[in-house]
Design a protein around this ligand. Sequence first.
Ligand code: GTP
Ligand code: K
Ligand code: MG
Length: 507
Amino acid sequence: MFTFMSGALRRRLIIQGLRVNPVKKWFSNNLCDSDTIFALSSGHGRCGVAVVRVSGPASALALRSLAGLTHSRTVPRTAVLRNITDPRSQELLDKGLVLWFPGPHSFTGEDSVEFHIHGGSAVIRGVLQALGSLPGVRPAEAGEFTRRAFYAGKLGLTEVEGLGDLIHAETEAQRRQALRQMAGELGQLYSNWSQRLTRCLAHVEAFIDFSEDELIEDGVLNQVDSSVSQLQKELERHLRDGRRGERLRGGVQVVIAGATNAGKSSLLNMLCQRPVAIVSPVAGTTRDVVETALDIGGFPVLLSDTAGLRDTPDIVEREGVRRARERVEQADLTLVVVDSTHLPRDLLGVPSFLMGQLRTVLHSAEAQEAALRGCLLVLNKSDLLAGQQVERIQKVLSQTEGLPTACLLSCQTGDGLDDFLVVFQKQVKTLCGDPLSGDPSLTQARHRAHLQNCVQALAQYHHYRDLDLALAAEGLRLALTNLGRITGKVGAEEILDIIFRDFCIGK
Ligand SMILES: Nc1nc2c(ncn2[C@@H]2O[C@H](COP(=O)(O)OP(=O)(O)OP(=O)(O)O)[C@@H](O)[C@H]2O)c(=O)[nH]1
Ligand SMILES: [K+]
Ligand SMILES: [Mg+2]
């Protein structure tokens, strides 16, 4: 469309900082990239095989010194079984597999070597010390391999984060989400938005520069308007995801709450299958928040048991109750536990009794609809009910509207546990969403903040569009900067520092 744009305008865009990459400056200020680095890349502790990774210009030297291989005569990316010796003493350290990855076709983009050795601590120490004795070779800092890969353009920031998440993934669903992000789907989504925005900005700039000379077709700005509105819609939809991706990454916060002695700690112990919390007939046993991580059908859950809610003169218990309330406020899902032997004998009174319990736990006069959706009722101690009572209660509940799903169970006998788990899993799954379907999810608060700024900046465009086109363009530029911060195209030093700091050595 604007073939004339290539000259002056493009230069201006570059001067205004759109293509300048501050990452480079930051990198050279902070770490010396001419060093060759090494680290144990497999886990610590005794194991069958350990992987030691080397990256940087002296990798060929490491290959020759420890494995007696000349890089030019070694087949790239192919394992060879070699004696591994200490170059200082020529002492045999181990016999293992050696792989040569000449740059740029390596993870970091630099020359790299991998030593797959036996996992004993003396073997590992010997090889690491031998590498450290070579000139220009030093131990890697946390996350340095990934940092180099990022710098070499092998990974975008969202992919780096995906890789970090993959390393830390503990459940199936977390692994799926992380793999998807690492493969670049989230990065692609954001890059696509960036490209569209860049185009919009270029058109507005062109309009500013050339419309007076009538070199520009009418309707260009209208086109930009509709592209920006469309982008806004997509961004807002992406943001309106109910925090599913972030929840799946960090774990669903599930809080067990209710009156004292309802059996909250018993429920926690039953779900974890170990005695995490103290159970006793003494009301007010639990005071601290007791937290454990669980895998519920492939989804991560952080389950917290809390102090029983009651008024008490005991200051320690009162603090426990305060903490319990705080947790309930922050919870994604609250399991409200009720001692079912306390249900009114007249079953018609059951719904209003339960509503009263919910109000106490959720701490609002109206147990609001939204709060109720994040709730499950657990009617515990069903073993103490007379035979037909269970069915009668279930019947009343099935005919009542406006209450959250209720499950009758016994933490003593395990009756009703399977049905409860089905309901529980379903709720957790809804809260996390399916990591494989639809657009990839937003996984980090960092992305959310930048995207929100981006939406605001787009609003700035609309606001100034008819008042001052230069300010409107500034809105687009700001939006673009924020998208760039997510993918690392516009590097802010602090962001990079945080991301790489969270990595382990050797990754
Ligand atoms: N019969 C029966 N007893 C139960 C059941 N669940 C818990 N109990 C008993 O109820 C008492 C209280 O159980 P806890 O799990 O300590 O109750 P809690 O809600 O954690 O109590 P606080 O921490 O004091 O608020 C204990 O004596 C448990 O053995 C159940 O399903 N059936
Ligand atoms: K108790
Ligand atoms: Mg307890």
